[in-house]
Design a binder for this molecule. Structure first.
Ligand SMILES: *Cc1c(COP(=O)(O)O)cnc(C)c1O
Length: 390
């Protein structure tokens, strides 16, 4: 191979560099507190660990599980969707277990998006969406989260639909903004999808992480939406074991058959012992889910109060692991510049929204901070910020 030809295919070159790698490296160099990447720094329920360990010791989880997932987990996913949302699923045909929500998203895009098809999504978006659309040879089309609360711009969504639009890729609770879509917003998206006969891929990785008197509404529960929607869940996010990488997709059998077909040629099957543990987790009593939310809400309050006191414009998240701030009140115009200076100035790492956008203006002044950390870590981060910005 010629030395001048970069080996990576052109359509993946824009996805080669990761701001997470850059910021984590910076964090290491200066010993910064990393509020960049979204993973909890405490483990989920210990009974899930015991089940996974037992499935290793007794051998039940040690060889290839079925590609579509072990029956116990598919049954538990179906029961969970019925219990929380009234969605009726046949675990034999309407569910597929994947290697995290990530693989469910990639498999769905590879299975249902063809060369040149357009996929519309709200900006800023979760970074793997754009890369996976490129892998499928599709075309991404961004429409903004806008206004002071960064709400979905429904008019822009309507205007972005063309005869080539194959899919709307939705994410609520939304990473990075922390916005939880209202029923009215979801209904408006649904109406556009139905009128134009478009599929919806709904990333609900944070379905259990919403706060206050909010609620999570799967878009597939709206009239005429089940038949056109793939819904994705993440065991890592719902049970605070992000390293286990168990996720799933659910929906009507024809769509799930397509996702299963693509998925069996990706990782084929996912970690057996963890599937047994997740099956148990999905059946935990309501109290587990309530405490997960109230715990995280307290951490949100702690971080948001600290950031507000420092003068940031804080967009208080309704869900997810992340708070968003506007950095302009601190004299910056650009979140990327702010985030590059932050480790040296204050010993903290955060992520600029700009890296999750095609339109540089959409995310420019905003920065994302993860609050899924122990309160001592959050308090230390606030103390450092106070010292760095006073
Ligand atoms: C973390 C995350 C995922 C990926 O979930 P995994 O189960 O870890 O693969 C998908 N979507 C969003 C919005 C996320 O934040």
């Amino acid at each position: 191979m010629s030395r001048r030809t970069p080996p990576l295919v052109p359509r993946l070159r824009p996805h080669a560099d990761s701001v997470f790698a850059e910021m984590s490296q910076l964090a290491l160099e200066v010993g910064a507190i990393n509020l960049g990447q979204g993973f909890p720094d405490t483990d989920g329920p210990s009974e899930l660990k015991e089940i996974a360990t037992a499935a290793i010791q007794d051998g039940s989880g040690n060889q290839y599980p079925p590609s579509i997932g072990i029956p116990e987990l598919r049954q538990a996913i179906a029961a969970h969707q019925a219990r929380f949302y009234g969605i009726e699923l046949d675990p034999k045909t309407d569910v597929v277990v994947t290697t995290g929500a990530s693989e469910a998203l990639v498999a769905t895009l590879l299975a249902l998006v063809d060369a040149g098809d357009e996929v519309v999504m709200f900006e800023p978006w979760f970074d793997i969406y754009s890369a996976a659309i490129s892998m499928a040879n599709g075309q991404r089309v961004g429409v903004p989260m806008s206004g002071p609360g960064l709400r979905p711009d429904i008019d822009a969504l309507r205007a972005a639909i063309t005869p080539k639009t194959r899919m709307i890729l939705l994410n609520s609770p939304h990473n990075p903004t922390g916005v939880v879509f209202t029923r009215e917003e979801l209904q408006a998206v649904a109406t556009i999808a139905i009128e134009n006969d478009i599929l919806v891929l709904s990333d609900e990785a944070y379905e259990h992480l919403w706060f206050d008197d909010g609620e999570h509404i799967p878009i597939c529960t709206l009239p005429q939406m089940f038949e056109r929607t793939i819904t994705v869940g993440s065991g890592g996010k719902s049970f605070s074991f992000t390293g286990w990488k168990v996720g799933w997709a659910t929906g009507p059998r024809e769509l799930i058959a397509a996702v299963r077909a693509a998925r069996q040629h990706l990782s084929f099957a996912s970690g057996g012992p963890f599937q047994y543990a997740m099956a148990h987790g999905l059946g935990l009593p309501d109290q587990y889910y309530r405490e997960l939310r109230s715990d995280l809400a307290l951490k949100r309050d702690l971080l948001c109060a600290g950031l507000e006191e420092l003068g940031f414009g804080v967009i208080r998240p309704q869900g997810t692991y992340f708070a968003t701030t506007d950095v302009r009140p601190l004299g910056y115009t650009d979140g990327l510049t702010f985030c590059r200076e932050l480790p040296n100035r204050a010993g903290v790492v955060a992520i600029p929204h700009g890296v999750f956008c095609d339109d540089v203006e959409v995310g420019k002044p905003y920065v994302r901070w993860a609050f899924c950390k122990r309160t001592g870590v959050l308090q230390a981060a606030i103390d450092r910020l106070r010292a760095g910005f006073s």
